[in-house]
Design a protein around this ligand. Structure first.
Ligand SMILES: O=C(O)CCC(=O)C(=O)O
Ligand SMILES: [Fe+2]
Length: 209
């Protein structure tokens, strides 16, 4: 892990190439372990529309969405516990989480949300605001195909800026940028050879309670 290439996009800390190929491959194995214990699913929105991204989680809480709306839940929709957050993922939090803190001590992450973007999947502009403690950062890991990440403002609307996130890039939403709007417009399907069936995996680590 390296923070050699630190950049800042509207307060969002971006670490290009933070994970080398071996670290990325190891994380993909850990994601497979998570998906074996807690299978990926296409969440539905409150309005009955299926999200294009597939998801699962590790940790004490997982993020779910269905007709009742979106929220953190202590169990997978099937009723099984979410598997623990892998040690390799916790190490990333320990190393990079503090970059998004302004003084307060870094707590342990309680959720590792796993998003899988297949061909054509995207994620609309949103804020990560279902967590109780906004002093704690969100740390995001990109694996596989490149994704066009858009960053807006704390308030809705206004100008945005975009950046291609590639496999091994890390991002920290913290401090003044913790509640910035962000989303993924599209992925360059097949641009990476990390995943045998292509697509993009994104991990986000969050303190929930
Ligand atoms: O896939 C990404 O890079 C961002 C994911 C995201 O914003 C989220 O899961 O809340
Ligand atoms: Fe988000």
């Amino acid at each position: 892990m390296t923070d050699d290439k630190a950049m800042n996009l509207r307060g969002v800390h971006v670490f290009k190439g933070a994970l080398d190929g071996a670290e990325q491959a190891q994380l993909v194995d850990r994601v497979r372990d998570i998906a074996r214990a807690a299978p990926m699913f296409h969440p539905e929105t409150r309005w009955g529309k299926r999200m294009s991204v597939k998801m699962t989680s590790a940790g004490q809480f997982g993020w779910v969405s269905d007709r009742r709306g979106y929220r953190y839940e202590p169990r997978h929709p099937s009723g099984v516990d979410w598997p623990p957050i892998p040690a390799e993922v916790l190490a990333i939090w320990e190393r990079f989480g503090a970059k998004g803190m302004e003084g307060a001590p870094l707590r342990a992450p309680e959720c590792c949300l796993v998003n899988y973007y297949g061909e054509g999947a995207r994620m609309g502009l949103h804020q990560d605001r279902d967590e109780a403690d906004f002093a704690q950062p969100v740390v995001s890991v990109s694996l596989g195909d490149a994704g066009l990440f858009r960053v807006g403002n704390i308030e809705r609307g206004g100008k945005t800026e975009s950046l291609w996130l590639e496999s091994g890039d890390l991002l920290v939403l913290g401090g003044a940028a913790r509640l910035v709007h962000h989303g993924v417009d599209r992925i360059r399907f097949g641009s990476s050879e990390l995943l045998p069936d292509a697509g993009r995996i994104n991990l986000t680590l969050r303190v929930v309670s």
